[in-house]
Design a protein around this ligand. Structure first.
Ligand SMILES: [Zn+2]
Length: 257
């Protein structure tokens, strides 16, 4: 069983112009607590083997997933300088989602928001932050959980393709797209709605991230987007069944949104 815990922190737009120092921070804040020291201490406190990866994520500061006996923990690199009380809070949060620990960590992260690198967006017009779903957050979560943070693509909402008032039912709808030339994922804006569950947006983004990862294989001289291998990996999304059945149940509504 995979236990998923995550702690997200949305960097404030005010910090957007600031560039954080290198991945391991600047020397004056570096207390020398190395990754392996932190890994060992967390393991002691949680009484289980830990595999620790430091990230330079923009949103997901803390995430963990159990595989077998080993807890695979991913922490923003700002945590290498965490003192004992913060490391204890991390352990308590990871162990049982302790609320007090969560507040402590939120405070810790808030004080170091200048360490969070805000990725330069290749296209300023591309906005991932909708009114109901935050695509950058969804992307970061999926990237950490399924792709070892290896997907380097842009993401944003597509445009509404029709004038307001012309709300005729569509014949079909493309919920997501991936363009290889500039590694850009777009998500149809009909999904930015309160009635669309986050797991469905995740499913659409996951699908497009797979296109980025797999590329477009050529079979028998034809470019094939959805190969058997693609479909197999698509089912690796944890809520695949739920997402595909939600899509079947709500297709009418999506077509007429
Ligand atoms: Zn596709």
């Amino acid at each position: 069983m995979a236990v998923q815990t995550s702690f997200d922190f949305a960097a404030s737009p005010a910090g957007a112009g600031q560039r954080a120092p290198g991945p391991l921070g600047d020397p004056e804040h570096e207390t020398g607590r190395s990754r392996s020291v932190l890994e060992r201490r967390l393991g002691e406190l949680m009484a289980r083997p830990i595999s620790l990866t430091l990230t330079d994520n923009e949103r997901t500061m803390i995430s963990a997933r159990r595989r077998g006996d080993v807890e695979h923990v991913r922490l923003h690199h700002m945590f290498v300088e965490a003192d004992e009380p913060v490391v204890r809070a991390l352990a308590a949060f990871l162990r049982d989602g302790d609320r007090l620990a969560s507040q402590h960590l939120e405070h810790y992260v808030g004080q170091r928001r200048d360490r969070i690198r805000t990725r330069p967006r290749r296209k300023a017009a591309l906005s991932g932050n909708g009114s109901h779903h935050d695509l950058a957050k969804v992307f970061d979560y999926l990237n950490a959980r399924y792709f070892d943070d290896g997907v380097d693509a842009e993401i944003g909402w597509g445009r509404h393709g029709r004038a307001p008032g012309k709300r005729r039912r569509r014949r079909s709808i493309k919920l997501g797209s991936y363009r290889q030339s500039d590694a850009t994922i777009r998500v149809h804006p009909v999904l930015d709605a309160a009635w669309v569950p986050e797991f469905f947006v995740e499913y659409v983004v996951y699908h497009e991230m797979l296109h980025h990862v797999i590329g477009i294989p050529v079979e028998d001289g034809k470019r094939r987007m959805h190969t058997a291998e693609f479909r197999r990996r698509e089912r690796g999304y944890a809520r695949y069944e739920e997402a595909t059945s939600w899509e079947r149940d709500n297709l009418e509504r999506l077509l007429s949104s």
